[in-house]
Structure formats: structure tokens, C-alpha cells
Design a protein around this ligand. Structure first.
Ligand SMILES: [Mn+2]
Length: 300
């Protein structure tokens, strides 16, 4: 079994609704780690320079210094975890932190443009400042990782782009805008819209997705935005969208990743405890970890 280090990223600065900044503490306080049989440690929770409880900022460029700062510290923390040979499990927070996670993982494995990523999400998260209607940075991390957007994020660890479009795919998309759709299409990114997932089944889609992220790469990761799931299963998210992935279709299939030695890091983001109902979203997070935390070592 692999040693697993959890990192919480308690920032909601990338979102319009900022309560996801409470997600990591709420998850940590629910004591998943002490009840789970995996060799897990809670490494740390990273907090932004100021929280949304302390100051008010409109979405957009004024939030960028806070996001850049926390992405930078997250990248260092992920690097420390990987240097110890541990598996990083990152908990958000809004999805803009993905820039820190995956830039760091790619750097560690010397895998810039050679690292695969499955992005489970209701949205595309592939806007730039030029195309975003909301100006919220959690709608932009995938574009930044592909080399498009604001320099502090695109060049977080100096080397850019982090990801190559041919090695990534999105699953569960059902809410997006023209600009981001155009960018991803132009780059040839494979998008499994929710309609296709419903028609072909999650199992078939995941099989294909794994082929995409493993072919020609040094390893792959999984970025799960909880809003990829149906609000019935995950009401406690920043930006809920109806008609999403269902837990009973996803969990049994996902667990094959647990035994895959190419699986290098996991992040689960956008948990908003204030909006959770009957602990459903918390329960889903626990189940995702139980089905995904790796059962093999890094040496393979
Ligand atoms: Mn997202």
C-alpha cells in the first residue's frame, strides 16, 4: 500500500460563491483519516493570505494575487509529498487550485506535456480573461494548464504549457460557454459530454479516457470537480448543475484506477459544506477516496 498525504486548500477566491474555502476544514473535521484503513496523513491545510470572511473582492484580476500565492504554496507542498514517495490527495477549495497541483506533479515527474489528466466536471474550466463572462478563475484552470490565460497562472512554475491537449480529457460536461468550447475544440481535447456518458455508459467512457491519458505519458492524474456529479448525489458544491454523473454508475468503475501504478495524484474540489444536504457530499467524498486511493506503490 501507498502512503497517502492529504493537503487541504482552503481558498474560494477563484469562485463567485466563496464558501468552498470551508471545504477542507469541514472534511478534515469529519475525521475520515482516523476511520480509514489506508496509511494516510493530513499534511497540512493551506489558507489564502486573506479569506473571504476577512475581505470582499469582486471576481477577476483583483483575486489573482491570492490565487497565484496559494497555487505556488500548493505546488511546493505537492512537491514535498512526491519527494517522500507519497501519493498526494488534494482537497479544495475552488478548482483554480488545479494549476498548482498539476504543474507540480508534471515538474516532479519531468513530464511537462507528457502527463495525462482526466478532468471530471460539469464545466469546461477552459476560459481565459478574454472569454469568461463571470471573471471567476475557477472557470480557467484547464486553459492555464494548456498554456492559455493570465501569465501568473500559465507560468506558475516557469515552464509552460504543463499539459498537452492530446493527453487529457473531460468527463461529465453539460454547462459551458462558446469561448472555452472553441478553445478546447481547436486544441482537439476529447470531451465526453454528459449526453455521451448517458448514451454509452460511464464504464465504456472511462475505459477510453484511460487509454487517452496513458498513451505516451509518464503517468496520469484525476481532477474531480464534485459538480460533475448530479446535485442529488452532491448538493454541497459551489456551482451545481442538474443531470450529472450518478454515484452508483461511477464508483464501481472508478475503483479500477486504485490498482493502476500509473495513477500519480488525485484532487477533489469545490466542496461547499454550507450547501450540503444530509452529509451527502461528504459521504461521496469519502467514497471517492475509498475507491480511488492507490493500493499499489510508486515503484512499479
Ligand atoms: Mn471545475
Amino acid at each position: 500500500m501507498h502512503n497517502i498525504s492529504f493537503i487541504g486548500v482552503a481558498s474560494g477566491w477563484g469562485a463567485q460563491v466563496r464558501e468552498t474555502e470551508k471545504g477542507p476544514d469541514a472534511f478534515h473535521n469529519a475525521e475520515f483519516l482516523s476511520s480509514c484503513s489506508y496509511p494516510c496523513v493530513w499534511k497540512e491545510t493551506l489558507y489564502p493570505l486573506k479569506s473571504a470572511q476577512e475581505i470582499t473582492l469582486p471576481s477577476g484580476l483583483l483575486t489573482l494575487p491570492y490565487i497565484e500565492d496559494i497555487c505556488g504554496r500548493l505546488a511546493s507542498s505537492v512537491e514535498e509529498v512526491l519527494n517522500k514517495g507519497h501519493f498526494p490527495a488534494v482537497i479544495g477549495g475552488d478548482h483554480s487550485m488545479a494549476v498548482g497541483t498539476w504543474a507540480s506533479v508534471a515538474r516532479h515527474y519531468k513530464a511537462f506535456e507528457k502527463f495525462g489528466l482526466i478532468w471530471i466536471d460539469a464545466h469546461m474550466d477552459a476560459h481565459t480573461m478574454e472569454t469568461t463572462p463571470s471573471k471567476a478563475f475557477h472557470g480557467m484552470p484547464l486553459a492555464a494548464l494548456l498554456g492559455y490565460g493570465e501569465a501568473p497562472l500559465v507560468e506558475l512554475l516557469e515552464k509552460s504549457p504543463v499539459l498537452n491537449p492530446q493527453h487529457i480529457c473531460l468527463i461529465g460536461v453539460r454547462s459551458y460557454e462558446e469561448g472555452e468550447d472553441k478553445l478546447l475544440k481547436q486544441l482537439g481535447v476529447r470531451i465526453y459530454f454528459m449526453k455521451e456518458v448517458q448514451e454509452r455508459g460511464f464504464q465504456v467512457v472511462l475505459q477510453e479516457a484511460l487509454e487517452i491519458v496513458k498513451k505516451g505519458t509518464i503517468g496520469f492524474g484525476l481532477s474531480i470537480d464534485l459538480d460533475g456529479f448530479d446535485p442529488e448525489d452532491a448538493p454541497g458544491v459551489g456551482t451545481p448543475e442538474s443531470d450529472g454523473l450518478r454515484v452508483q454508475d461511477v464508483l464501481p468503475t472508478l475503483s479500477q484506477i486504485q490498482r493502476d501504478s500509473s495513477f500519480k495524484a488525485l484532487e477533489i474540489v469545490e466542496y461547499n459544506p454550507d450547501r450540503d444536504k444530509d452529509g451527502k457530499t461528504l459521504c461521496l467524498m469519502r467514497n471517492l477516496f475509498l475507491h480511488l486511493l492507490p493500493l499499489v506503490g510508486d515503484k512499479a
